[in-house]
Design a protein around this ligand. Structure first.
Ligand code: ADP
Ligand code: MG
Length: 407
């Protein structure tokens, strides 16, 4: 019990800090659970005609669930080798049980990763219950202590199930807390940047307004020749553009108090794609848009446009040699989804972790503010953004937004 306890604690403590999907995570899960299984098998509680009572089933279920096929394979190899080495009259049964247990858990692992907490417990308990019922039948006849056997078996089943459930609940709880603390960290950083942006933008806006006023006067003056007025008009346009950018920055700082209206997501995304099509063309990128039936989300159309412009622009920029951006809108029971997938340079786990942090950019002339704004806008609308990426292959941004009734 101690072994399982220490193993579970180690996993609970360190696992949430390792990014899912990476090699480091697989290796870590493998190491901890393999050692746990090895120790469990080495120090069984009692023996009955070659049967040993130990909690090896717990790491053997957790391994496939949290570590996937690779962990299952190493675990099985270690298990088979060690079990044959231990030997005894029940070796054959032991081997068959072990292989079935890992195999069944691996089947469950396909549904495990994205499942809610309660479902995870059920998915892990299923192979355990099956194993325990099988073992109970086998042991019923094998146990020498005829009077105490009910007690032994019930205690064995109980401890196995309780420890398995506790480990999973603990791991999920720690993982959720870890995510939350990261989120708080990020929000704090955003707050600081927002305040800075607001104060600087204010200072810049005033001189801009004054300059624009004088330029306007010059345009109306009779003493300025007409062809020079064109230059002045261009200067005014550029000032307006700068003004627009500053306003965007200010919107980062301002808490969103805007009235939210019902927005047709498909129409909005289509509009963004149209707006960005010259930009995509310039980068030799083709954009393919697949819209579902009508999806409406609550929000402010300017902000939502900014959100998608930032994400789609990044997708285009991620493909220096050109390529394809696939955008898909979908509608599920409670939320609208927009996925933006590119076939570009992709990102490593380290880079993924830094996504959305202020001023994080890998581009020569990047600001590192685009995604930060997108994340903030999405959060303020009650949605979330998920990113999956593999270096050299491409990236997929999925934006989830709550649904509302279409007008
Ligand atoms: P910027 O575009 O100014 O660099 P962003 O906040 O928009 O700032 O993006 C931050 C960084 O995230 C980018 O510099 C890039 O390294 C990375 N990134 C964002 N989207 C993608 C993508 N689709 N593919 C690869 N890297 C991306
Ligand atoms: Mg960008």
């Amino acid at each position: 019990m101690c072994i399982v306890f220490i193993g579970s604690l180690t996993l609970q403590f360190f696992l949430p800090m390792i990014k899912p999907g990476g090699m480091a995570r697989t290796l870590f899960v493998q190491a901890v659970l393999n050692i746990e299984m090895f120790l469990c098998m080495s120090f069984p509680y009692t023996q009955a005609k070659g049967f040993s009572f130990d909690l090896r089933a717990i790491p053997m279920i957790l391994g496939p669930l949290y570590g996937g096929p690779v962990t299952s394979a190493t675990m099985l190899t270690l298990f088979l080798t060690y079990r044959i080495f231990i030997g005894g009259p029940q070796t054959m049964k032991g081997l068959v049980i072990g292989i079935s247990l890992v195999g069944f858990s691996l089947l469950m692992s396909r549904y495990f990763t994205d499942a809610p907490r309660a479902k995870k417990v059920v998915l892990a308990a299923a192979p355990m219950v099956l194993l325990l019922s099988g073992l109970d039948i086998l042991l019923w006849h094998a146990l020498e202590d005829v009077h105490g056997r009910i007690l032994i078996l019930v205690a064995f089943d109980f401890i196995n199930l309780i420890l398995l459930t506790a480990t999973i609940l603990g791991m999920e709880y720690v993982a959720e807390n870890f995510k939350l603390s990261q989120e708080i960290n990020r929000t704090e950083k955003l707050h600081v940047v927002g305040e800075l942006a607001a104060s600087i933008a204010h200072e810049i806006r005033n001189p801009l307004t004054v300059t624009r006023g004088f330029l306007q006067l010059a345009i109306q003056s009779h003493r300025v020749p007409p062809d020079e007025k064109d230059y002045l008009a261009t200067a005014v346009d550029e000032l307006d553009r700068a003004h627009g950018i500053i306003n965007d920055y200010l919107s980062l700082a301002r808490p969103s108090t805007d009235e939210s209206t019902s927005i047709d997501l498909d129409e909005l995304v289509r509009h963004v794609v149209d707006t960005l099509s010259p930009y995509a063309h310039l980068h030799n990128v083709k954009v393919s848009l697949h819209v579902s039936s009508r999806v409406c989300v609550p929000g402010d159309s300017k902000k939502l446009t900014q959100l998608f412009v930032n994400v789609i622009k990044n997708a285009v920029e991620a493909m220096p040699a050109g390529g394809l951006v696939t955008i898909r809108t979908q509608c599920s029971k409670s939320r609208g989804t927009v996925s933006i997938r590119d076939t570009g340079i992709g990102m490593s786990n380290e880079e993924l972790k830094r996504l959305g942090n202020p001023f994080y950019s890998t581009k020569a002339n990047g600001t590192g503010l685009g995604l930060m704004a997108s994340y903030q806008i999405c959060r303020s609308l009650g949605g979330k953004i998920e990113v999956s990426s593999s270096p050299g292959k491409g990236t997929e941004f999925t934006v989830y937004l709550p649904l509302t009734k279409c007008p």
